[in-house]
Design a protein around this ligand. Structure first.
Ligand code: PBG
Length: 339
């Protein structure tokens, strides 16, 4: 008995799924190490610390970062994204340590560049959350985040990072006008070759929780409640919106962004697709800490195949249109791809 008698006699889509070689050759999307960016946490301690909410992820001292960077190069991962864990005594209301050329982020960038030159891309976050006493990405006054005053500090932060040698600055703060200001500031300081990857569509997401544990901004943000602003919803986007994401991207492009990012990735596949098809510029997506943690936790419980789930979750981000994917799975996926 035919399933559709007389209607589609020759169409049997299962035929092209019948062999592994055939599935491979007809696959529309494939992943390679070149699609991946590896986010790394650096801290100013000697020990390697595990991050409880992100199994397999560690806070590393600078020499540990250098080893990880070496592994990235060996695995063919083109770039790392660096996140400093700033000691609480360095956190202040004015985030001044963000633009101290001797800070941990700058020292790490210099060490990586000394060791690996241009064989590995170094991407640095530009935002104040590691440096503010209250954990917000911007300066806080009377329960409000000050936009333009924050942008000035971001520019100073970006300049010390560029001086230290980072290839890409990635503003993740979501202040208005920061991309244009950063471009002007970088150019004025002879850094016209430094790339801006803007976190253009960054949502106020519950999936950043483990990251905030990893960098220690969760505790700081806890204190912000008493100061009238306990979440980031006045600057990060409402997850309900996608047209607004396109407006954010359009503005950032107009202001000089070279590449844009959508974040979190897994809950924004529609946004990634719209951004890529509308603007056609290099589009990155960040599979964030909570997305990683969910898969790891389920795998540790034996509830799903962690390796397959990781691969699938990253492949669909590529399928949605991402050119580059920041993911904590980067090394394990790259190792798997290498066979
Ligand atoms: C800070 C920043 C965050 C992430 C990257 N940069 C957290 C936040 O906005 O609170 C999240 C990354 C992740 O969850 O993996 N500006």
């Amino acid at each position: 008995m035919q399933p559709f008698p007389g209607r589609y006699p020759d169409t049997r889509l299962r035929r092209i799924r019948g062999h592994a070689w055939l599935r491979r050759v007809v696959a529309e999307t494939s992943l390679s190490a070149a699609d991946l960016v590896w986010p790394l946490f650096v801290h100013d301690r000697e020990a390697i610390e595990t991050v409880a909410s992100m199994p397999g992820v560690e806070r590393l001292p600078i020499d540990g970062i250098l080893r990880a960077a070496g592994e990235a190069v060996r695995l063919g991962i083109p770039a790392i994204a660096l996140f400093p864990v700033v000691e609480p005594v360095r956190k202040t209301d004015d985030a001044a340590h963000a633009y101290d050329a001797g800070n941990l982020a700058c020292r790490t960038v210099r060490a990586i560049r000394r060791e690996y030159g241009d064989s590995l891309g170094v991407i640095c976050d530009v935002a104040l959350d590691p440096y503010t006493s209250h954990g917000h990405d911007g300066l806080l006054e009377d329960g409000r985040i000050l936009n333009d005053e924050t942008v000035e500090v971001l520019c100073r932060q970006a300049i010390v990072l560029a001086d230290a040698g980072c290839h890409v600055v990635a503003p993740s703060d979501m202040m208005d006008g920061r991309v244009g200001s950063l471009r002007l500031a970088l150019d004025e300081h002879d850094h016209d070759d430094v790339v801006i990857l803007s976190y253009a569509a960054k949502y106020a997401s519950a999936f950043y929780g483990p990251f905030r544990d990893a960098v220690g901004s969760a505790a700081a943000l806890g204190t912000a409640v008493g100061r009238g602003l306990g979440d980031k919803k006045t600057y990060q986007m409402d997850v309900a919106n996608t047209d607004e994401a396109l407006r954010e991207v359009a503005l950032d492009i107009a202001e000089g962004a070279d590449m844009v990012m959508v974040k979190p990735a897994g809950t924004s596949l529609d946004v990634i697709h719209r951004v890529k098809t509308t603007f056609g510029l290099p589009t990155f997506a960040y599979q964030v800490s909570g997305e990683y943690a969910m898969i790891k936790a389920a795998a540790e419980n034996g509830w799903l195949d962690g390796r397959q789930a990781a691969l699938e979750s990253v492949l669909v981000i590529k399928r949605a249109g991402a050119d580059g994917i920041l993911t904590y799975f980067a090394p394990e996926i790259a190792r798997g791809l290498a066979g």
